[in-house]
Design a protein around this ligand. Sequence first.
Ligand code: CO
Length: 143
Amino acid sequence: MGWGAFIMIGKINHIAIVVPDIERSARKYHDVLGAKISSPIKLAEHGVRVIFVDLENSKIELMEPLGTDSPIAKFLQKNPLGGMHHICFEVKNIKEVILHLQKEGAGIIGDGEPKIGAHGLPVIFLYPKDFDGVLIELEEVRD
Ligand code: CO
């Protein structure tokens, strides 16, 4: 692994937090922390409802399970109070990123192909076991 000028991940696009009651959580961010929040958004194909907390330099996505087979239902069972679920970094070219990850031996969750994420952009997820227990999402963002 080199430590030179090579840069692959850019900005933090969002930090995702799974919560048991999204309205209640959003109210706290708004009333207690004085943050700007969005209306709830239902993402049926991803099995979640989300509310965005808009920050000056990034955003937080509060996520609540939608439906019994939600991909985050198990996380909430293990963490009934809620908890940080993943951190998402922006990348420029996800195909190149995947080639680099394969070269470095970092595993991509699933079949190794990018999926269309909650923002309609290609994403991949990396195994928490490879990154200090943190689930990392990489999202291709075109400028
Ligand atoms: Co995400």
